[in-house]
Design a protein around this ligand. Structure first.
Ligand code: ADP
Length: 273
């Protein structure tokens, strides 16, 4: 099972003076079971890339497909394929809208034609998964919760859809260290316990090194590096600096890795760094 981009180009506002080619001939395959981090300078094309990966944007040239089904299609099959790729946008708590946590989590699965019992079970399971006690929170307003709890509600809404792939855009942006750890613990559990493939856009090279098994570095609409995060930070330091990645962070990671010999990225912890 895999999401595949083949020679994908994407252009915003084609044919106008503001035309912007945001992806240039990108080919990429992501298998179910991978944990991929996407890093790159602001404006490099990360957001355009992930929206092409989940069928929200359609390539101008080339194709995006899931197991051979074109994600830009209008058929029922294409719709189902898009439904298997969940997306948590940046600051997802801004998209909460329902009167209760229950209704917010249930919003996505409602389109799946589940009956009430199945729906209840989905919502309960998803809330449990993100560590929100059902009895305590289900009937509260999402707006009465803390920032970290609201983000968990938003993640629960996507988990309730049972996706095979989950794309997260800056999942820890704006959270305090405690909430960051909690959100990453949930993401790791989705990856390890549920086998959901994770594709995570992040500004933090440290988070990329710590959690991901594969790193994509985007620059000017192209994937310029694709490999294990530890190896990229060690061997491609100069290339990362060239394309404007944060200098102290690159050095810190490269030095920490070198001091330990080449370690698997997910073995590095905050404490060790
Ligand atoms: P990133 O997520 O890495 O910050 P984006 O994918 O958002 O990058 O943007 C890639 C390029 O496309 C940038 O030059 C950006 O200005 C441009 N762009 C993004 N969204 C739009 C849009 N809706 N209309 C026009 N240009 C856009």
């Amino acid at each position: 099972m895999s999401i595949k981009l083949e020679h994908v180009s994407y252009v915003y506002m084609p044919g106008t003076p503001y035309e912007k080619e945001a992806l240039k001939d990108v080919s990429l395959e992501i298998d179910k079971g991978e944990f991929v981090a996407v890093i790159g300078h602001t404006g490099s094309g990360k957001s355009t890339l992930v929206q092409n990966l989940n069928g929200l944007l359609h390539p101008l040239k080339g194709t995006a497909s899931l197991d051979g089904t074109d994600l830009s299609g209008k058929t029922q099959e294409a719709k189902q394929a898009r439904g298997r790729i969940g997306m948590v946008f940046q600051y997802p708590e801004h998209q909460l809208f329902a009167e209760t946590v229950y209704e917010d989590v249930a919003f996505g699965p409602r389109n799946l034609g589940l009956d009430n019992d199945e729906m209840d079970a989905r919502v309960k399971e998803a809330m449990k998964f993100v560590g929100l006690d059902f009895e305590t929170y289900a009937h509260r307003s999402p707006f009465s919760l803390s920032g970290g709890q609201m983000r968990r509600v938003a993640i629960a809404g996507v988990v309730a859809m049972n996706p095979d792939y989950l794309i997260l855009d800056e999942p820890s942006a704006g959270l305090d260290p405690g909430s960051r750890r909690a959100v990453f613990a949930e993401i790791m559990a989705l990856y390890k316990k549920r086998g959901i493939a994770i594709i995570m856009v992040t500004h933090s090279m440290e988070d990329a090194a710590k959690y991901a098994k594969r790193l994509l570095v985007i620059n000017k609409g192209q994937i310029i590096l694709d490999g294990r995060p530890g190896e990229i930070f060690l061997k491609e330091k100069n290339r990362l600096l060239e394309v404007g990645m944060d200098v102290p962070e690159v050095y810190k990671l490269a030095d920490a890795l070198r001091a330990k010999g080449l370690r698997l990225p997910h073995e590095i912890t905050d404490a060790k760094l």
